[in-house]
Design a protein around this ligand. Structure first.
Ligand code: FRU
Length: 550
């Protein structure tokens, strides 16, 4: 290896307990192409200047000759859009050897602007479209909510996360916690890519009875590890990780993966304890169907059945399933609800969440009324354009079924006009079933944590109603309830910046099953969530107005 071409964090290492390990390295198969300059003697973070339009290069951390991490990073070539940080602390324990940059041409502006310091807020800018009470990552890209569980008063939220850029890639599980679903604390990354691949979506449970042997009360995560093959496509395998400190840090199970197959799009495991069969169940999305499994210990899984052929929307891949028992309001009856996120194929293009109502005996899920889902018919949980990857919290208090959705759409998620972060989650919602005649519908109302906090505007509705959300710049977001047509509509076509994607300007329309008497509207900088009859009908839409909407 050509040492002169390699970047050595020598200055930093002299200040570290284990001293320098830079000498005599023969490390990666590929020699380091670029040196990083501008380093100080100490500093926990290495800040990398990013330009979204730059092609991906590679940044590697190498300790004692071993490659510790390698990420695809769009180091700025011509202009810096924002900075992302590598937390060097985990590598400083054993002595940081070096950080190499590959596939970034010499002379790229970013190479001269890399900075090492202790300032976690380095170059963090306020952004107009950063929501105030919706969850967002501080920096970087976020998609699906993952592995949520509740324990001892804390709501844990993990999420699909690229810490190294505001575009999709390098999937990690980010982690945030909240005690009120309004204020979010940002925690260290929970799961990082490994030899099995990057960390795709999954779920967590609390193992109260130590069925896994990981420990009583262990938090167990199951996620999809996704790895490209040399022949194209990805291999997707289901893996376990467990936490003995309440979800803060995870150890990957040495017996991984626990579930593999040759199927394409084999992912997003969602597991839950089923008291009816006194065993674990797992629902997994595979292509355009769901597979159901059971297990005594989360490690050994038996396939029970498959669901979905010929039922519901099939305009795209089925992803991020959930299966839960939900009470029918005003009765003692409970039904099983299967959440099935689909992309594309949503009612207004791109991604959306459909649902099925029926029964589940621990082995097979059957719908109540096949006719509701035949010939491509589907029931949608939310009729906005920005409600995807909806899944529920495990172990939620008071038997609640509390869900959250990623507030974006794969049609334009990578293009929305934010910079150093991309995407927010919806507010959390408690789901419920309600009957109109013989039909059973899924509703989702704002979690009670938002009640009385002044976050929403409530309107009494008496017949057809139009509400304009506007600002001094003349942006106009229109909500229309048409009592004759029994529809609730959101029109964002004349509201702020819609130029970044042809798919963004949209009028989304929801069927209303029962006359509306109220509308609850949550506006938070770049989103409008509309709840008819407090959750019987819901529309979630992003919006990028020139100033705040009122
Ligand atoms: C859904 C999804 C999942 C996958 C994840 C990857 O948005 O495609 O199916 O696990 O995103 O980030």
């Amino acid at each position: 290896m050509n040492a002169s071409k390699c970047f050595f964090l020598t200055a930093a290492l002299t200040a570290l307990p284990l001293g320098s390990v830079c000498e005599a390295q023969t490390v990666t198969p590929q020699a380091c192409e670029q040196s990083i300059v501008n380093l100080k003697a100490q500093g926990r973070y290495l800040w990398l200047p990013i330009e979204d339009k730059a092609p991906e290069g590679k940044v590697q951390v190498i300790v004692n000759g071993a490659l510790q991490m390698e990420q695809n990073v769009r180091i700025a070539r011509e202009g810096v859009d924002y900075y992302v940080g590598i937390d060097l602390q985990p590598y400083q324990q054993g002595g940081v050897a070096k950080v190499c940059v590959q596939n970034v041409p010499k002379g790229s502006i970013g190479l001269s602007k890399i900075v090492q310091n202790d300032d976690v807020n380095y170059e963090l800018k306020e952004e107009a479209y950063r929501p105030t009470y919706h969850h967002t990552p501080v920096r970087g890209w976020m998609n699906d909510p993952n592995g949520m569980f509740y324990q001892d008063g804390t709501w844990h939220l993990y999420y699909q996360y690229n810490p190294y850029g505001s575009l999709w890639g390098n999937m990690h599980w980010g982690h945030s916690t909240s005690t009120d679903l309004i204020h979010w604390q940002h925690q260290p990354v929970a799961l990082a890519p490994d030899v099995w691949g990057t960390m795709f979506s999954g779920s967590c449970i609390v193992d109260h009875q130590n069925t896994t042997g990981f420990g009583k009360g262990a938090v167990v995560a199951m996620y999809t590890a996704s790895r490209p093959t040399p022949f194209g496509g990805d291999v997707q395998a289901q893996c376990l990780a467990y936490s003995l400190d309440g979800g803060m840090t995870f150890t990957k199970y040495e017996g991984n993966p626990v579930l593999m197959a040759e199927d394409k799009d084999f992912r997003d495991p969602n597991m839950f304890w089923n008291e009816d069969i006194k065993a674990w169940n797992l629902i997994l999305a595979v292509g355009q169907e769901m597979r159901l499994y059971s297990s005594p210990d989360l490690k050994n899984w038996t396939e029970e059945s498959r669901f979905g052929s010929g039922l519901g929307g099939h305009g795209g891949v089925w992803e991020c399933p959930d299966l839960m028992k939900v009470q029918v309001e005003g009765s003692k009856e409970s039904k099983w609800v299967l959440l099935c996120n689909i992309n594309p194929g949503g009612p207004f293009g791109g991604s959306a969440t459909q649902y099925f109502v029926g029964d589940f005996d621990g082995h097979t899920f059957t719908v109540d009324d096949v006719a509701r889902y035949q010939d491509g018919k589907a029931l949608w949980m939310d009729y906005g354009k920005d409600h995807y990857a909806t899944v529920s919290w495990s172990n939620a208090p008071e038997g609640r079924r509390t869900v959250i959705a990623w507030m974006s759409n794969w049609e334009y998620a990578n293009d929305v006009p934010t910079r150093q972060f991309r995407s927010a989650n919806s507010i959390a919602r408690d789901v419920f079933l309600y009957r109109v005649g013989k039909e059973c519908y899924l509703g989702s109302r704002p979690a009670k944590e938002y009640d009385g906090k002044g976050l929403d505007e409530t309107y009494k509705v008496k017949g057809s109603t139009t509400i304009h959300l506007t600002n001094e710049a003349g942006d106009d977001f229109v909500i229309t309830y048409d009592q004759k047509a029994m529809t609730l509509t959101c029109d964002r076509t004349k509201c702020g910046d819609t130029s970044f994607s042809q798919s963004f300007p949209a009028v989304t329309v929801a069927p209303v099953h029962r006359k509306l008497t109220s509308l609850r509207v949550f506006i938070d900088e770049c989103s409008v969530e509309v709840f008819g009859n407090n959750g019987e009908v819901v529309l979630t839409n992003l919006v990028f107005p020139k100033s705040k909407l009122k």
